[in-house]
Design a protein around this ligand. Sequence first.
Ligand SMILES: Nc1ncnc2c1ncn2[C@@H]1O[C@H](COP(=O)(O)OP(=O)(O)OP(=O)(O)O)[C@@H](O)[C@H]1O
Ligand SMILES: N[C@@H](CCO)C(=O)O
Length: 321
Amino acid sequence: MAVFTPVSDDDARAYLRAYDIGELIHLEGIEEGVSNTNFKVETTTGLYALTLFEAATPWDDLPWFMDYTLYLDRKGYPAPGPALKRDGSSLGEINGKPCALIRWLPGRWPRNPDVRHAASAGEYLARLHIDGGDFPQIRGNSMGIDMWPHLISRCDPAAQGSPRAQAILEDFRGELTWLEQHWPADLPRGAIHADYFTDNVLMNEDGQVTGVIDYYYACTDFYAYDLAVALNAWGFTPGGQPLPHMIHAFANAYNDLRPLSPAEVDALPLLARGSAMRFTLTRLYDLLNHDPSWVVKPKDPEAFYRRLDYHRAVSSGSDYF
Ligand SMILES: Nc1ncnc2c1ncn2[C@@H]1O[C@H](COP(=O)(O)OP(=O)(O)OP(=O)(O)O)[C@@H](O)[C@H]1O
Ligand SMILES: N[C@@H](CCO)C(=O)O
């Protein structure tokens, strides 16, 4: 249940007065999601998502996230651009939390994705990179390679009581040294999603993308790193076993629309290793520091740790196609 901050009908009605998007008809808390508080809002003019940003989302970067999604939306990409208030702004505050009303997108994220879903998702990741290619603002990757040493040391204190966590962190110290030595200095870069997981991609019943949501890790980084994150998300079972047909379907659909350079293909195994480490570390931290009384269940770090075996074993980046 992810309604961390309550919002009453009266709060929503008062908030809507700053906009020209009609009167409140219905307000409903959304249980999914672990980072922010989300509501579905129906007004006399349409449907919106009301997001109250909790501490996990960097508040200083909210204007970047709003500008980026508005930019994509205006290009015709299915991103939920923010509704604008009469004064032209997109951010407000409810019950002490910054908030925004964003466009509600149709569709449902695929619970059992197959190659059709993977191909459509791959196409829309390429479209995201193409449509956002000239977005002029820069945001560094707050979960990128420079942060990984900090993610490792952040896990250390709580890992003391867990031999398994200590073993993973020990492996990661060596892995990080290797990644730092081989990380590409330059590859095509621009605005990336950085969290293109199945639960952030909405689809219709034909398995075609209808919306891409949750841009709160979006940043400026290598496009091929975004592809590597997405291959980790779409190309494995929930437990972390590789699904080569899903990896190929996703990567080929991406490559059909935005052909990768030879340097990007060469870098893919390394970028995929880095990405698998990044999600293992954030999940490990959440698990080690989880209070059992919290309603939100931590995600499994082992499932991401297992992905590393696959990426360490591939012979070259062309194995992903
Ligand atoms: N703009 C939108 N259009 C349609 N549905 C949305 C929209 N925004 C959010 N949702 C729904 O709300 C759910 C939770 O949103 P979201 O995944 O953004 O939560 P979060 O807590 O911010 O993110 P996360 O759990 O990935 O950290 C989504 O799975 C989706 O069903
Ligand atoms: N997508 C992330 C969590 C939210 O960013 C994960 O599955 O670990």
